[in-house]
Design a protein around this ligand. Structure first.
Ligand code: NDP
Length: 500
C-alpha cells in the first residue's frame, strides 16, 4: 500500500481514513461484522414502526429540522467532505450540500401529494372502484460509493425516511467519516436516533447488510458490485434499485456553439476530478468543427487551477482513491500506446492524489479509453463524419446512464437525444440534472435498474397496494355461480358488440 493511500487497515478490524491530497489521518472506523449489522437493522426496525404511523407532513416537518442543522454546520461539513474526498470546497458546497438541502426541501413539499392514495377509474367494472395506497417498505439498506460521500447516501436516506422507512447506511470504506458526521448532525436535529443507522466496513459489511433482513436495497456503485447485489437480492426476493457505472458520450454537432460547448465539456469531464458516474467520458465531434473544438478545449483546460482542495480559488482538487488513479493512468497509457495524442495533462501532481486534467485527441472507437469507464479527469475526443456515425458509436456500449448532445438546433437535439440508448440525455449542458430532484435519475443497460429522485423514485420506496371495492352494491354479480346458458349468450353478445 502506498504511503498516501487514504484507506488502510490499522489495528485488527479498523479502517483508517486519510485526506487524499495530503495524507493527513482523518479518523478510523470499525469494520462491522454480520451480527452487528443485523442488530443495527433490528434497532432501526423498532423505530420505523413508530415513524410509519406519523403522517407524511409530520415526517417532512422533522426532516426540515435536519436540513436546518445541516445548514448551520455547512462550513464544517464542506471542509470534511473536501478533506475526505479531495473535491474542492466549492464542489462540496454546490454538488453535495446544496443539492441535498434542495432535495430535502423538494420532497418535504412534494411527498404528501405523491404518497397520498390515488384512485383508478375502471372502464368496464362500472359498479366497482379501485385505489392505490402507499405503505413504507420497512428497512431500506443504502449502500453508497465514495465519489459523492454526502449527496448520494444522505439524499437516498432522506427519500427513504420521508416515505416512512428506516434506513441502515453502509458508506464506502474510502469515505466513512462524512457519513458518520451526517449521522451526528441527524441525531442533533431531534430525528429518532435509532431510525437511521450507519454501519461501517468494507464490501463484506455491505454484503452482510443485504443479508440482514432489509426490505429494500438501494445501491449506488460499480456495475461489477451491482451485479453481485442484484443476485443477492434476487436470492432473498428483496426489491432493489441499482445505480451503476456510466460511460457518457457527448455528441457535438456541426452547428454547436464551439466556445460554449468547449466550456461545458471541460466542466462535464473534469468536475469532481471526473469521478462522476455521469462525467463526459467520450466525445464524438463532427469533422467540420473538430480541430477548432479540440483547440478550445485544450485552451480552457489550461486555465484550470489545480491545488489543495481546501484552498480558495482551486478548480481541480484531488482524486479520491489511489486505486482509481491507477486505473486512470492505465487508460491513458493504453490510449497513447494505441495512437491517441496526449494534448494536456496526463500525470499526477502534488504530494497526494492530484491528477492533471487530461485531454486526449485522435481517439478511435476501438480504444479502451472510449469503451471502458475511466472515472477520472480524462476527456477523450474523436472525430466523426456526421451525426449518424456519432449516434451509432454512442449506442455501441453496454452502459447507458447519461448522454449529451450539443447543437444550436433544439429540435435536432431532441431527435438525436431520443435515439440515444441512455436513461438520461441532456442537451447543451452536463451533469446538473442530478440537482433537479423532480426528474428521474436512472440508467438502462448495465448502468442500472430502477431510478432515484422524481415521483416514481419516491413511490418505489413504498409498497403500492391496490384496494378494490364496490361502488354500487348489487344483490348478486353477473359472473357468480350458477353459470347459466343465459349468462353465456349475453356475454357472447357483449363480446361481439364491445370488441368488434
Ligand atoms: P463499488 O461498487 O466498489 O462500491 C460501492 C459500495 O458497495 C461501497 O460502499 C462498497 O464498499 C460496497 N460493496 C463492495 N462490495 C460489496 C458487496 N459484495 N456487497 C455489498 N456491498 C459491497 O463502487 P465505488 O465505490 O468504487 O464507486 C464508483 C462506481 O460507482 C463507478 O462505477 C460509478 O460510475 C458508480 N456510480 C454510479 C452512480 C449512479 O448514479 N449511477 C453515482 C455514483 C457512482 P467498500 O467501498 O467498503 O468496498
Amino acid at each position: 500500500m502506498g504511503a498516501l493511500e487514504q484507506v488502510e487497515t490499522g489495528k485488527q478490524g479498523l479502517i483508517i481514513s486519510r485526506n487524499p491530497a495530503t495524507g493527513e489521518v482523518l479518523g478510523e472506523v470499525r469494520e462491522m461484522d454480520a451480527p452487528e449489522v443485523r442488530a443495527a437493522v433490528e434497532r432501526a426496525r423498532g423505530a420505523q414502526k413508530v415513524w410509519a404511523t406519523r403522517s407524511v407532513k409530520e415526517r417532512a416537518c422533522s426532516l426540515r429540522r435536519f436540513r436546518a442543522v445541516l445548514v448551520k454546520h455547512s462550513e464544517e461539513l464542506c471542509s470534511l467532505i473536501a478533506k475526505e474526498s479531495g473535491k474542492t470546497r466549492a464542489e462540496a458546497l454546490t454538488m453535495e450540500l446544496v443539492t441535498t438541502c434542495d432535495l430535502i426541501t423538494y420532497f418535504c413539499k412534494r411527498a404528501p401529494e405523491v404518497l397520498k392514495p390515488h384512485s383508478i377509474s375502471l372502464h368496464l367494472l362500472k359498479n366497482r372502484s379501485s385505489y392505490i395506497h402507499y405503505v413504507p417498505r420497512g428497512i431500506v439498506g443504502v449502500i453508497s460509493p465514495w465519489n459523492f460521500p454526502f449527496a448520494i447516501p444522505i439524499g437516498e436516506t432522506v427519500m427513504a425516511l420521508i416515505a416512512g422507512n428506516g434506513v441502515v447506511l453502509k458508506p464506502s470504506e474510502v469515505t466513512p467519516m462524512v457519513a458518520l458526521k451526517a449521522k451526528q448532525l441527524y441525531d442533533e436535529s431531534g430525528m429518532p436516533p435509532e431510525l437511521f443507522q450507519v454501519v461501517t466496513g468494507r464490501g463484506s459489511t455491505g454484503a452482510a447488510l443485504v443479508d440482514a433482513g432489509i426490505d429494500y436495497c438501494n445501491f449506488t456503485g460499480s456495475t461489477a458490485t451491482g451485479r453481485k447485489i442484484g443476485a443477492a437480492c434476487g436470492e432473498r426476493l428483496i426489491p432493489c434499485m441499482l445505480e451503476l457505472g456510466g460511460k457518457a458520450p457527448a455528441i457535438v454537432c456541426a452547428d454547436a456553439d464551439v466556445d460554449r460547448t468547449a466550456r461545458a465539456l471541460v466542466w462535464g469531464g473534469f468536475a469532481n476530478q471526473g469521478q462522476v458516474c455521469a462525467s463526459v467520458e467520450r466525445v464524438y465531434v463532427h469533422s467540420a468543427i473538430y480541430d477548432e473544438l479540440c483547440e478550445k478545449i485544450i485552451a480552457e483546460t489550461s486555465k484550470l487551477r489545480q491545488g489543495d482542495p481546501c484552498s480558495d480559488g482551486v478548480d481541480a482538487g484531488s482524486m479520491t482513491w489511489e486505486h482509481q488513479v491507477e486505473i486512470v493512468e492505465a487508460r491513458i497509457k493504453n490510449a497513447v500506446d494505441a495512437g491517441a495524442q496526449l494534448r494536456s495533462g496526463g500525470k499526477r501532481y502534488g504530494q497526494g492524489l492530484g491528477f492533471e486534467p487530461t485531454v486526449l485527441t485522435d481517439c478511435r472507437s476501438d480504444m479502451e479509453v472510449m469503451k471502458k469507464e475511466i472515472f477520472g479527469p480524462v476527456l477523450p475526443l474523436m472525430k466523426v463524419a456526421d451525426e449518424e456515425e456519432a449516434i451509432a458509436l454512442a449506442n455501441d456500449s453496454n452502459l447507458g446512464l447519461m448522454a449529451y448532445v450539443f447543437t444550436d438546433d433544439r429540435k435536432k437535439g431532441q431527435r438525436i437525444a431520443e435515439r440515444i440508448e441512455a436513461g438520461m440525455v441532456m442537451i447543451n449542458d452536463c451533469l446538473i440534472v442530478y440537482g433537479a430532484p423532480e426528474t428521474p435519475w436512472q440508467g438502462i443497460k448495465q448502468s442500472g435498474i430502477g431510478r432515484t429522485h422524481s415521483d416514481d423514485g419516491l413511490r418505489d420506496l413504498c409498497q403500492s397496494r391496490h384496494v378494490n371495492y364496490d361502488r354500487i352494491a348489487l344483490k348478486r354479480e353477473l359472473w357468480w355461480y350458477p353459470y347459466s346458458d343465459a349468462l353465456y349468450r349475453q356475454t357472447s353478445t357483449l363480446l361481439k358488440w364491445i370488441f368488434r
